[in-house]
Design a protein around this ligand. Structure first.
Ligand code: C2E
Ligand code: CA
Ligand code: CA
Length: 698
């Protein structure tokens, strides 16, 4: 009793629940007000009860059993206390035997219970947050690794393990050293990797993005940022993304944008750069240069007699032969179907002439071979000189092309130098433009429509409008003959407006007749650049009542080259109108992945020159595959043109193209013939009051 009285003030002043337990009976002999609050019972009810009535975990029971056998030791751990309501409460329970009896043998013990329910809740919440964080980590496509400042692994997600192919046992054991060592050994430049990591560790605030090459050929991008705690940086978060495919596609797109896909020669863009450099050298060092334009004579005959595949092989061989006839510092480029251009560095009239004679010799005097059939082919060459004929690529090409035309007019297989004054060509050009103006007035132009077929269900889902010109005397004149002249002279703007309104009217008629399909028109770069082009499209749509999404504009890659920002704005305005946009002749031009990605262009049209060699020509197969991958990476759909046989169709279908057009299904035809390829019209909902009922007019 004395003892209890002695302990009483201390017991009452404890900030937590406390009991004095009499060890012989293990019963409560004193309790403080906090204890009555915690156990929701008055002191009187607590007194005389056995301690194990409240503290009944296996650990507590074992402890009190030990006490009974005279083993007196303190006990401190987390436990549960039974509440009168039948529940439990988490507590930190501390038992301290109190020396009292003879020879200091404990007779009593002080038990304190600290309520941990608040902490427990916080801990539960923390666990939930951690679980959420883990789920977040797992939901990203990137591999995530979190370390502390010393590099010890704190967390990672599954994708991290996949990207680095980290062995499961290292991950399970969270073996920091093992994991780091593994990553180091998998990078191609292990020393550089070490150096970077050391630099990052030395600068905990540093963020960085870099690319790692792995030994298996993968490319992984590593982004790292500091992990912030309340007291400053606590470690690092690394995120890894596998960019192997992206890097491949980028490299390919870079080559595509500066090189001709068929011959692998530089294209016009790259040539323009080289000419600009040469012009600079002229201004600085007075080093003259020459530009040749090489045009194959009657190349269409090769196309017609042997097919496009052989024609493509011949073009490659021509490229090789011309290349071999030039010096290593000269630049040979392909600037059109059967047009090559060569920049001859440091060349005056005499040395240019010698080079041309070598070119004529290798092309004109040695036979070519078409699958065992020898045939001869000749070329004509035009030569423009800097500084006499100009310094810019366009001027030089124009001059050289005029010279080629004169060489051809003089019987082909020869060469001509540019003439300072434009000669007879200019007259025929002017005559042609005049004839086109008259033809438009006289109604000699019309549109034919080539069906586009959806691979998924074989349905005709669209039509490309193609311009036709029939002259009463001369007969049909091919677009390839008059479109370039129309473009050169600017008449294409007038002609293009006519095509736009004509095609939209036809599309509206089909739409009103319940035969909705997308009608695509070809838009020239010059037409696209007209300040009122967008409003013109909007007006034509408004007048016709055609839903905008049923009109598709086929644009060429050249619109993306000059004034790309302006082009982007215009494309976005058209996109807002709701019209569809496609990139025509994809792969032949200048497309740059960066620009293309930003453009609201939905479809890429694979040029028919690539389709021609499918599925046997390895170059075409590779190119078409690459284009389709590129399209996928950019999120664009793919249309193939020039599909002439079943093997080509099957190849493109398997590649995942969306639709195709070509002679296999049908050539372009007049609207009446076109309609025979459409299923019978679906009945359309009744027109609203005042709506017109239009019969299909041809
Ligand atoms: P494009 O835009 O590449 O048009 C496709 C051309 O391929 C058309 O030649 C079409 O008749 C032809 N074609 C279609 N299927 C096949 C096939 O299976 N095999 C082969 N070998 N050829 C096929 P087309 O009509 O002679 O037009 C030539 C080019 O003239 C067009 O090339 C386009 O650039 C231009 N063009 C035609 N109409 C217009 C127009 O209204 N406006 C503008 N700006 N250009 C036009
Ligand atoms: Ca086209
Ligand atoms: Ca094309």
């Amino acid at each position: 009793m004395n003892l209890i009285a002695a302990w009483a003030p201390l017991l009452d002043s404890l900030p937590m629940a406390g009991w004095i337990i009499e060890l012989a009976g293990q019963t409560v002999v004193a309790a403080n007000p906090e204890a009555t609050r915690l156990l929701e019972s008055p002191v009187a009810e607590l007194l005389g009860r056995r301690v194990t009535q409240w503290l009944a975990t296996p650990e507590d029971i074992a402890y009190w059993a030990d006490i009974a056998t005279g083993r007196y030791a303190p006990l401190r751990s987390d436990s549960l206390v039974c509440t009168p309501g039948g529940g439990t409460l988490p507590v930190e329970r501390h038992v301290q035997p109190l020396p009292g009896g003879a020879a200091g043998v404990p007779t009593h013990a002080l038990v304190t219970l600290r309520d941990r329910s608040g902490e427990q809740r916080a801990e539960d919440e923390r666990e939930a947050v951690v679980a959420e964080l883990q789920a977040t980590l797992e939901s990203t496509g990137d591999g995530i690794l979190v370390t502390d400042l010393e590099g010890r692994v704190r967390a990672f997600n599954r994708r991290f393990g996949q990207i680095w192919a980290v062995p499961e046992e290292l991950l399970e054991a969270r073996d920091s050293t093992g994991i780091h060592d593994w990553m180091r050994r998998r990078t191609l430049d292990a020393e550089g990797y070490d150096r970077r990591l050391a630099a990052l560790r030395a600068a905990p605030l540093l963020s960085s993005t870099e690319r790692l090459e792995l030994v298996e050929g993968q490319t992984v991008q590593r982004v790292t940022r500091p992990l912030w705690g309340r007291a400053g940086p606590q470690g690092r978060v690394y995120s890894f993304s596998d960019q192997t495919e992206l890097v491949k596609v980028r490299a390919l797109s870079e080559t595509l944008s500066s090189h001709d896909a068929l011959t692998r020669l530089p294209n016009r863009t790259l040539l323009a750069e080289k000419v600009a450099e040469a012009a600079l050298r002229w201004r600085r060092e007075q080093q003259p240069f020459a530009l040749l334009v090489v045009d194959l004579d009657h190349f269409r005959r090769v196309n017609d007699s042997f097919g496009q595949q052989v024609a493509n092989r011949v073009l490659c061989e021509v490229a090789e032969r011309i290349g071999a006839a030039l010096r290593s510092q000269d630049v040979l480029a392909r600037i059109g179907g059967d047009n090559f251009a060569a920049l001859l560095q440091d060349a005056d009239q005499a040395s240019a002439q010698k080079a041309v004679l070598r070119v004529l010799k290798v092309v004109n005097t040695q036979p070519f071979d078409a699958d065992g059939t020898p045939f001869s082919l000749t070329c004509s060459v035009g030569i423009a000189l800097c500084p006499q004929d100009g310094q810019a690529l366009d001027d030089l090409v124009r001059q050289a092309e005029a010279a080629v035309r004169r060489a051809k007019a003089a019987g082909r297989a020869g060469y001509r130098f540019a003439e300072p004054v434009p000669g007879g060509d200019a007259h025929s050009h002017v005559r042609m433009v005049h004839a086109m103006r008259e033809a438009l007035k006289a109604g000699h132009f019309r549109l034919h429509y080539q069906p586009q077929i959806r691979f998924r269900d074989g349905a005709v889902c669209g039509a490309e409008a193609l311009l036709r010109w029939r002259d009463p005397q001369l007969g049909e004149i091919a677009p390839a003959a008059f479109i370039p002249v129309a473009e050169d002279s600017g008449f294409i703007v007038t002609l293009g407006s006519w095509v736009l309104s004509q095609a939209v009217r036809q599309a509206a008629l089909w739409h009103e007749a319940g035969r909705s399909l997308t009608v695509a028109i070809n838009v020239s770069a010059l037409q696209f650049r007209q300040p009122d082009f967008v409003s013109q499209v909007a007006d034509v749509l408004a007048v016709s009542g055609l839903p905008a999404h049923l009109l598709e504009l086929e644009l060429t890659e050249s619109i993306l080259v000059e004034k790309a920002d302006e082009a982007l704005e215009r494309l976005q305005a058209l996109d807002r109108l709701g019209v569809q946009l496609a990139l025509d002749d994809f792969g032949t031009g200048y497309s740059c992945l960066g620009a293309l990605k930003r453009m609201p262009i939905g479809r890429l049209k694979i040029d028919r020159s690539f389709v021609a060699g499918l599925p046997d020509d390895d170059t075409d197969v590779g190119l078409v595959r690459a284009i389709s991958q590129l399209a996928q990476a950019l999120g664009k759909r793919v249309v193939a043109e020039g599909v002439e046989n079943e093997a080509q169709r099957r190849f493109l279908a398997e590649l995942g193209c969306e639709s195709f057009q070509g002679f296999l299904y049908a050539p372009a035809m007049d609207p009446a013939s076109f309609e025979r390829h459409l299923p019978p019209p679906r009945p359309r909902p009744m027109p609203t009051a005042g709506g017109r009922h239009i019969r299909l007019v041809r």
